[in-house]
Design a binder for this molecule. Sequence first.
Ligand code: GLY
Length: 564
Amino acid sequence: MVKGILKISQTSKIYILKYPVIAIFLILLLFFSSFLKTESYAVATRHHLATDIGMKVLEEGGNAIDAAVAVAFALAVVNPSAGNLGGGGFMLLHLTETNETFSIDYRERAPKMSFEKMFQDNSGNVIKGLSLNSILASGVPGTVSGMFYASEKFGTIDIKSLIDPSIELARKGFVLSNFQAKNLNKYKEKFSKNKEAKKIFTRPKGFSEGDFLVQSNLAKTLERIAQNGKEEFYSGETAKKISKFFQINGGILSSDDLKQYKLRILEPVCGSYRLYKICSMAPPSSGGIAIVQILNILENIDLSKLDHNSEEYLKILISAMDYVYKDRAKYLGDPDFFKIPQDLLTSKKYAHKIYQQIRKNNLPSKVDINIVEGEETTHFSIIDKWGNAVSNTYTLNTAYGSGIIPSGTGILMNNEMDDFSSKPGYPNTYGLVGSEANKIEPKKTPLSSMTPVIVFRDNKPYLITGSPGGSTIITSVLQEILNILDFRMTLEESSKKSRIHFQHLPDILFHEQLDDSLIKSLQRDRKLINRKLGEIHSILYREDDIEAFSDKRRPDGKASSVYK
Ligand code: GLY
């Protein structure tokens, strides 16, 4: 049933015939209900130009999926550190008409020539940097496949017109912000190792705010994709350019890998938290299971009775995080390769047991390494006037991926192979350790922390949210959910609250600005790192209002909404 139109049942028809006054009343109600139909929609993304493109699609009658596809292609141009064609991600989407929620896994797959010890030397030591900055660092990209699937299956507008604005942005260029100029300069050394990346993303004296970034080869690639469809990327001229480059440069990603890329439609992981239903991504993301598990643990206590970010509140959060990341390391990986005890991990009973342990105050074990900071990964949230919603997180892994562009394509390649466990217990760039579940195998998908979320209230999307930040994604999204659901904050209020992050190993408590005495009481003998956590792009849809907000932790984001 289309939102806002009343259906007349058989019983009502009998009443209408018997009572003309009721009939007139019902006709008037029907008439006015069509005016009451909500026309609200919103987009929140990491870059203002991408948000404007998404809003235009919605204004012109496209649905949330159309807008998501246009935004994803736009971010590949205007947010090159994470927006991508050469990476992958997860799209969670809800359709109002059928009340169904789908998730698309378009994450990278390991090339078929990959093997478990490919990043180790003969003595079994992990070779530093090989899984991050080398020709072996890339998985087979899924973004183009994901966007074409979403558009064909759920969209209403020809994909060509959704890619057109991005072609223009790449061809004519766009103005770099101060943040973007500085960020590109920061990675000059990385870009300098690849001829095309050096040409596009470096300048002898560095970039400055207001400079134009033109990406001619990317424009041509996008044009061919718009013209020839996804086959262009997986078996056409673009595929040939990519596989040839990898072959010449000692890589293993082949034309067969590209041809054989397959996305997966997965059942989202859903749970309940107080009045709400929470849905997110199933493995190969750890996000869905982790967020449901941690909310199940926290449901055992009425958090709203505690002061926000008080010592008691944060201690409970840290302990719950510790348990969840412990399970992540042990049990999570690609479900096609490893049997994941999902029912156990997401059960209320298991969470209750953990909560009892937390109450006994068990302390986590200790290891200590550093985690690199990056501008990695990007999330966007969209809702259309019919109430269809998209929560999408996609990435190249670390900022600008491997920094490698196959000649003539303009496409930055991912370094997602680092999300596998290079060796059991050996930490990846986010300090995450893994086990058998996440070892490297041909065609396998590395475990992710990306956590696109849709929270439902009364069966309707209520909060659409997600974040970048590698391993910190899960805990950032968690605190956004708690701030909104338990502490009834607006998105803007929530974004101003300091967040913490704890992931079992290493034994480091990451925190934003917190009171000195509070920090001391949380620290015990734990190492502390004060660091800005990932920026969130959310939409909150209350009955009488829609709020879209792009977190100010990083500049350049934009959230737009129309409430009618
Ligand atoms: N590459 C970061 C993640 O997927 O979690």
